[in-house]
Ligand binder design. Structure first.
Ligand code: NAP
Length: 275
């Protein structure tokens, strides 16, 4: 089984890669930093005796995502799992070289692009997509005509919530188009994520509130390695690891379809590439 994991250099993704490798999959680690990729690969090799492949790509660049997809398609005849896990929360507004708000590009648009570029291989492999969303999705107010919140108030958590809502809506639309896909909330996990923000500082004051990266990875591991990831396509899994009822705006088919169309345009994919 070939499992490709983005954001595999730290936190939830690194912990998930380790556990999925222990479960016998050949994990393929994706990250920005060659040094961090090598370090996680060495740890997994020590544990399993098999050194994972690594590919460096910055998901803030569509050019790098396209190069990555080409490398993956050249190298792997099958792809069983694509875990779109990489994500950031930037307290200050940032714009990528492609002209998008950074969180929207890294957290949603690049995963959308990568998935679409790999989708034929995934479908031919009977594969699945697992996306790391968040309970923050529930407070998202995503507007497909204003993905970057240029026309609306922007702050880090508002935009982050929109991107995580996009993860859930993308999952819904993938499933509707026949691609096996799930998403999940990992819990509040002590990682590099949103480090230094007031919210994380407040959470840190509550004893035992933060869970470990291994705990945060557990639902990803389950959705990647068990039938749950295939049997509940289109669903969002809560921290408790159960498919959960979610607010309509995370599942609304019309909103999911509008996001799909907007994402095709934003990533430069032609409409006919739609799954
Ligand atoms: N921690 C939480 O409480 C929590 C809660 C809900 C959801 N989540 C979600 O969980 C996922 C993983 O986050 P985490 O908590 O494990 O945080 P983390 O420790 O900061 O790890 C984030 C991962 O994403 C990668 N990444 C960030 N920007 C990237 C870019 N431009 N290109 C390529 N890779 C990039 C990072 O790579 P580098 O090593 O290069 O930085 C790292 O591997 C995210 O999608 C996040 O939204 C986290």
């Amino acid at each position: 089984m070939i499992t490709v994991i983005t954001g595999a250099t730290a936190g939830i993704g690194a912990a998930a890669a380790e556990e999925i490798a222990r479960a016998g999959h050949d994990v393929v680690l994706i990250g920005r930093s060659r040094a961090r990729l090598d370090s996680v690969a060495a740890r997994i090799e020590n544990l399993t005796g098999r050194r994972p492949d690594t590919h460096a790509a910055d998901l803030a660049s569509f050019t790098e995502v396209r190069t990555l997809a080409g490398e993956l398609l050249d190298r792997y005849e099958r792809i069983d799992v694509l875990a779109n896990n990489a994500g950031v929360m930037t307290p200050k507004r940032e714009t990528t070289a492609d002209g998008h708000e950074t969180m929207m590009q890294v957290n949603h648009l690049s995963g959308f692009l990568l998935t679409n570029l790999l989708r034929e291989r995934l479908v031919a492999s009977g594969g699945r997509v697992v996306t790391t969303s968040s309970r923050a999705a529930k407070s998202g107010r995503l507007d497909p005509t204003d993905l970057d919140r240029k026309a609306r108030r922007w702050n880090g958590w508002l935009q982050y919530s929109d991107t995580k809502q996009a993860n859930a809506l993308f999952t819904v639309e993938l499933a509707r188009r026949g691609v096996t896909a799930t998403c999940f909330h990992p819990g509040v996990i002590r990682t590099g994520f949103a480090a230094g923000t007031l919210l994380m500082k407040i959470y840190g004051l509550i004893p035992g509130y933060f869970k470990t990266p291994e705990q945060g990875a557990s639902t990803l591991v389950r959705l990647a390695t068990t039938s749950d990831g295939a049997d509940h396509s289109g669903r969002y899994f809560s921290e408790q690891g159960v498919p959960s009822p979610v607010p309509e705006k995370m599942e609304d088919p019309a909103l999911a379809a509008a996001l799909w169309t907007a994402s095709l345009a934003a990533t430069g994919l032609p409409a006919e590439t739609a799954v």
